[in-house]
Structures are given as C-alpha cells and as structure tokens.
Design a protein around this ligand. Structure first.
Ligand SMILES: [Zn+2]
Length: 311
C-alpha cells in the first residue's frame, strides 16, 4: 500500500497519518505528496477521486527520494482523494482516502451547502459550480465559463429536441468545469467550453457535447445498447449520439456515426434513415422504453434526418 502525505512532510512521513487536509493556496491548486510509489514506466499512478476524470493531477519529484509531489487541480471541499494504480487497464485504489476539508480559493462550497449555487438564466434546474474554471486547460475565468455554458443551454432550449431533453431531466443538474487537458466531458456534468469551439467534426460543438451529457442524465446513465452493423455505442451511448444527431441536423450541423471519435455518419445511413432504424431497431426500442416522453417528442420532428419517426 501507499499513502498520502502533507507538504511539507512531517519527520515520520513513512507512516500514514493524514486523513484530511485543507487547501490554502491562492490559485486553489492542492500540493500533496505520495509515499510508496515505484518509478515504473509508463507511469501507472494517479491521485484523484474514484472518478478518474473529476480532478487533474500532475506528478513531480518530491522533497525526498521516496516521495512524489502531486499538484491537484479542481479539488473541492468534501472530495475524497486517494492514490490509484493502473492494473490491467483499470484504476485500483492503492491508499486510504484523504478528505478535502476546505479550499480557500473555492467560493462555491458554501453556496452548494446552502442551496444558493448560481442558476442557468435559461433553465432553472441547471446550476453552476464554476470553481475549477481557472485551473482548466485552457483556463477560463469563472464568469466566462458560466456565460459560455449558459450560451449552450440557451441554444439547447431553443430547439425542440433540446427543450425535451431539459424537460426530461429527472433532477436538478450541477455543471462543473472539466479540468482534464483532453477533449472530453462527462455526465456528472463536467465541461470546459473552451475545448469545444465551433469544430467541424460532427457532434463536437460545445452545445452538442452538453446536450449529449444531459441526455445521459435523462436515462440515468443506463447502458445495455448493442454494437450493431459496425456501429460502436459502448453500452451507454446510443440515445446520446442519435438524439443529438436529430438536434444537430435541425441546426444544419453534421451527423455523428457512433461513440468512437467524431466520425461522420456514413452516407448511406444519412440518405436513408430507415436503414439506420432497421439495423439499430433494438437500440431504438430500448431508448424509447427508457425515456418515452423524450423519444416521443423526437419521433415527431419532421424535415430532418430522423430514424426515430419509424418507432
Ligand atoms: Zn456519452
């Protein structure tokens, strides 16, 4: 086992003593040490929460040869951090948890506790937790992050499919900045709008990424979708991709094939949505059963690519 150690380390740092810590840096980045990590290549370690995408940590040589320094971005009050080790393609926890008791740069922990997080001006069931925006890659001010995400929500609300997605959210959603330096987002919901400018790749614009993650929430991240006819949906990503396709087509945007990368839907399926429906029928029916009110709304959209109309 390994363990987390405060920075600077106490004299007996080889023994685990840390169970919680506060972050007092002006920029909100946590400095924490890890004891007991080997130096294998490729580097098989991370410090973070159970969700590998929630915080971002870079590693550096520590103040002693058996200590590794981690700079952790996006760590908020109440998070439980630990050391994780990559084994066979998945992350295994390798230390006890250490709880973040406070982060002086985070002005939103109190608002979360008192139920006063800022709300989207476009949809009152979407709340913002902007701490972490300045620690993202590229960084945004908290105000800019909020404005850009809210712009995406305005676009979504102005569209029939988008409005139905918002109306089918089962609970209030808190949106957080995505602090990893990769083009990704997740249904927790974490997003960095600065990583998704008006890209030409289908489904890759910020509002498309956002509606995708919100669709996950309407079906409570359910899996069970099949890969059929060479279309890869990774279990969870059939309705997200194809409801977004109808949304995107209404906005004159390109359509996405599946959940692997941002490839275009093949021409034959674009020209013939019934072919798509026939090949993916079990997936369409599963989606319909899960979120019937949303899928029934999509079904009735006319004049665009819409296999759902065959349901
Ligand atoms: Zn997804």
């Amino acid at each position: 086992m390994a363990h987390l150690v405060p920075d600077p380390p106490p004299v007996n740092y080889q023994n685990p003593t840390l169970t919680s810590f506060g972050i007092a840096s002006a920029d909100g980045v946590a400095r924490i040490l890890a004891w007991g990590l080997d130096r294998a290549t490729p580097w098989p370690w991370r410090v973070g929460t159970d969700d590998p995408m929630e915080v971002q940590a870079d590693s550096y040589l520590g103040p002693q040869p058996d200590l590794t320094l981690f700079l952790v971005r996006g760590a908020r009050q109440g998070m439980k951090l630990a050391i994780f080790h990559q084994e066979g393609g998945s992350w295994q926890r390798y230390s006890a948890y250490v709880e973040v008791t406070s982060n002086m740069a985070d002005h939103y922990a109190a608002a979360l506790a008192s139920g006063t997080l800022p709300k989207s001006t476009n949809w009152e069931h979407i709340l913002f937790y902007p701490f972490g925006a300045t620690q993202s890659t590229p960084p945004l001010s908290e105000a800019d992050w909020m404005t850009k995400v809210d712009d995406g929500i305005r676009l979504i609300k102005g569209n029939t499919v988008g409005m139905a997605v918002l109306a089918n959210l089962p609970e209030d959603i808190v949106v957080y900045p995505y602090v990893q330096p990769y083009d990704n987002a997740n249904s927790a919901v974490h997003i960095n709008p600065a990583r998704f400018p008006d890209g030409f790749k289908p489904g890759s614009r910020m509002d498309e990424i956002l509606i995708h993650e919100l669709i996950h929430r309407t079906e409570r991240n359910a899996g069970g979708y099949e890969n059929r006819y060479g279309f890869m949906f990774d279990g969870t990503d059939f309705l997200t991709v194809n409801a977004t396709n109808v949304y995107s087509c209404m906005l004159g945007r390109g359509l996405r094939k599946d959940h692997h990368d941002f490839q275009f839907l093949p021409e034959e399926h674009f020209r013939d949505p019934k072919l798509h429906f026939d090949q993916q029928k079990p997936n369409y029916e599963l989606a319909h059963g899960r979120v019937p009110t949303l899928v029934d709304t999509i079904k009735n959209v006319t004049g665009v690519w819409n296999p759902f109309s065959n349901l």
